[in-house]
Design a protein around this ligand. Structure first.
Ligand SMILES: [Zn+2]
Ligand SMILES: [Zn+2]
Ligand SMILES: [Zn+2]
Ligand SMILES: [Zn+2]
Ligand SMILES: [Zn+2]
Ligand SMILES: [Zn+2]
Ligand SMILES: [Zn+2]
Length: 471
C-alpha cells in the first residue's frame, strides 16, 4: 500500500514537474507602449503570449502607475472575458473546454493622468488555470512617462559646442536646439602680422555659449617711405625698398634709368669750304661722362669775279675761271658765243614776177657773209580785153597782160543765151560769168559817184575864183 501511494506521489510529482516545466515556458510581452504619453492623451497597448500551457481559464491583472488611468480592456481570443473591471484592472477568461492562448490575447487603453518626472509602470500579470490548479503564469511590464501637453520650460543651458537645451520643470522633458549665434565681435584685431579672432555668443537666454573664429591676416601693410638702395644712372636702373613697420615685410621697386640730359651743342671745330666742322654736347647728370658729336656741313666756296681766259667769238664759246678766296679752288665756266653782228642786207639779185631774188649781209666783226631770199613780186596784170567774142554756140576769151613781163592770162566768156534782154547783151563785155551782172550794177554806181565828185569839184573851183575876184 505504501509502495503504491509513494508511486502515485512520484507520478504526481513527475506530472506536476512536467506541468511546471511547461508553464515555465510561457512568456508575455507588451506592444504599443509609448515612451511618453501626453497628459489626457491615450495609447492602446496589446498583450502577446507565447508558449502558453493547456488551460481551462486564465486571470488577467493590469497594474498601472499612479500617473496613468486605465480606460478600457478587451479580450482578443476565443472565450469570454468575465469580470474585467477598469477600477481594479482585473479580469477572468473562461474557456469552453481546454485551450491555449498564444498570440495577441488582450488589449487595453491607458490615458495620461498626472504629469510626473518619474516614469510610470505598466504591468500585466497572467495566471493560467486548469480547474482550480494554477498551470502557469506570465508577467511583463514597461514604463511610460506622462508629459505635459504644453511644457513649462525654464532657461536654456549650454549643452555642447552645437546645442543648448532647456528642461520642463513639470515633466522633465528636455528640448535640444542649435545655438543661435549673434553677429560676433572682434576680440583680437587682425593685422598684417597676426591673425585676429572674432567671438560669437549664443543669444538664447541663459545659454551663454561662445565660439571663436580666426580672422585671416590682412594684406594692409604699414609701409614707411621708400629708401633708395641702388641709385639709378643715365643708363642703368636703380632699386628702392620700403619696410612695413608692423610685420617687417620688405617691398622692392625698380627705379628707371634717367636717360642722359644733354647741355647745349658747342662747336669744337668750325666748318670750312674744304672740311666739315664738329659740334659736341655733354651729359650734365652727375657722374656721367657721356657726350655726343655731330658734323657741321662744309661751307660753300667763295668764288671771286671770274676772269675770262678765252674770249668767245661769233660762233665759238669762250672760257672764264673763278677762284675761291678761301681755298684757291678754281672753277671754269663756258662763256656763250656772241653770235654774228650783221649789218644792212643788200639785194644782190632782184626778184622777178615769178622768181625769188637774193639779199646779202656781212658780219661787222668777222666778215662772215649771210644771204637771204627776196620774195618773187608776182605779175601785175592790166585790164582784161575781150580777144574773142562769144556767140550763141561758142565761148569767148578775154585776156589780161602783165605790165612787167608781158605774161598773158586768159579767161573764158560763156556762150550767149537767146532769151537775154538787150541790157544783158550790153553787159557781156564786162564779165564772162552770169554773176558779172552784179558787177555791172557796181560799175554804174561807180560812174554816178565819179560824176557827183566831178560836179562838186567844178562848183568848188567856181567858188574859189569868185572869192579871188572879190579880193
Ligand atoms: Zn513638461
Ligand atoms: Zn545656446
Ligand atoms: Zn606688414
Ligand atoms: Zn648721362
Ligand atoms: Zn673754297
Ligand atoms: Zn661774225
Ligand atoms: Zn610778170
Amino acid at each position: 500500500m505504501k509502495k503504491i501511494f509513494s508511486l502515485i506521489i512520484c507520478l504526481v510529482l513527475v506530472c506536476s514537474f512536467s506541468v511546471i516545466a511547461s508553464a515555465a515556458g510561457a512568456t508575455a510581452s507588451l506592444s504599443g507602449v509609448p515612451s511618453e504619453i501626453k497628459k489626457d492623451a491615450t495609447a492602446t497597448i496589446t498583450v502577446n503570449v507565447s508558449g502558453s500551457p493547456s488551460m481551462s481559464s486564465a486571470l488577467v491583472q493590469v497594474t498601472l502607475g499612479n500617473g496613468l488611468e486605465l480606460v478600457s480592456g478587451e479580450w482578443k481570443k476565443d472565450g469570454i472575458m468575465k469580470d474585467f473591471t477598469v477600477s481594479n484592472g482585473y479580469g477572468v477568461i473562461a474557456f469552453s473546454g481546454a485551450g491555449t492562448m498564444d498570440g495577441t490575447v488582450f488589449s487595453f487603453v491607458v490615458k495620461g493622468k498626472t504629469v510626473s518626472q518619474t516614469a510610470q509602470n505598466v504591468k500585466v500579470d497572467l495566471t493560467f488555470k486548469s480547474g482550480s490548479s494554477v498551470v502557469g503564469t506570465a508577467s511583463t511590464s514597461k514604463t511610460v512617462k506622462v508629459a505635459c501637453a504644453s511644457h513649462a520650460y525654464g532657461n536654456y543651458a549650454n549643452a555642447n559646442a552645437t546645442n543648448h537645451t532647456r528642461t520642463c520643470s513639470a515633466c522633465g522633458a528636455v528640448e535640444t536646439k542649435a545655438h543661435t549665434w549673434n553677429s560676433g565681435s572682434v576680440t583680437k584685431p587682425t593685422s598684417c602680422k597676426e591673425a585676429g579672432t572674432k567671438t560669437y555668443t549664443c543669444t538664447a537666454s541663459g545659454c551663454g555659449a561662445t565660439k571663436t573664429e580666426t580672422i585671416a591676416k590682412t594684406n594692409n601693410h604699414n609701409f614707411g617711405a621708400w629708401s633708395v638702395t641702388k641709385k639709378a644712372t643715365c643708363t642703368a636702373n636703380g632699386t628702392q625698398t620700403r619696410t612695413c613697420s608692423v610685420c617687417s615685410k620688405n617691398e622692392t621697386q625698380t627705379i628707371k634709368a634717367t636717360g642722359h640730359k644733354f647741355g647745349a651743342w658747342t662747336t669744337t671745330k668750325g666748318a670750312s669750304c674744304t672740311e666739315e666742322g664738329q659740334q659736341v654736347r655733354k651729359c650734365t647728370n652727375a657722374g656721367c661722362t657721356h657726350s655726343e658729336t655731330k658734323a657741321i656741313q662744309k661751307t660753300a666756296h667763295k668764288f671771286s669775279a671770274p676772269t675770262v681766259t678765252k674770249q668767245p667769238t661769233c660762233t665759238e664759246t669762250g672760257l672764264e675761271v673763278g677762284k675761291c678766296t678761301a681755298c684757291g679752288k678754281e672753277s671754269t665756266n663756258t662763256v656763250a658765243a656772241t653770235g654774228h653782228k650783221m649789218g644792212e642786207f643788200v639785194i644782190t639779185t632782184e626778184p622777178t614776177c615769178t622768181e625769188a631774188g637774193v639779199k646779202e649781209g656781212t658780219c661787222s666783226v668777222c666778215n662772215a657773209k649771210a644771204t637771204e631770199a627776196v620774195e618773187a613780186k608776182g605779175h601785175s596784170y592790166g585790164e582784161a580785153v575781150v580777144t574773142k567774142e562769144p556767140t550763141e554756140t561758142e565761148t569767148g576769151i578775154k585776156t589780161a597782160t602783165c605790165t612787167v613781163c608781158g605774161d598773158k592770162h586768159e579767161e573764158e566768156i560763156p556762150v550767149l543765151t537767146v532769151n537775154d534782154s538787150s541790157s544783158d547783151s550790153s553787159q557781156v563785155g564786162n564779165g564772162s560769168e552770169p554773176q558779172n551782172n552784179d558787177g555791172g550794177d557796181n560799175s554804174m554806181v561807180l560812174w554816178i559817184v565819179i560824176g557827183v565828185v566831178a560836179a562838186a569839184a567844178i562848183v568848188a573851183v567856181i567858188v574859189i575864183l569868185a572869192k579871188k575876184k572879190k579880193a
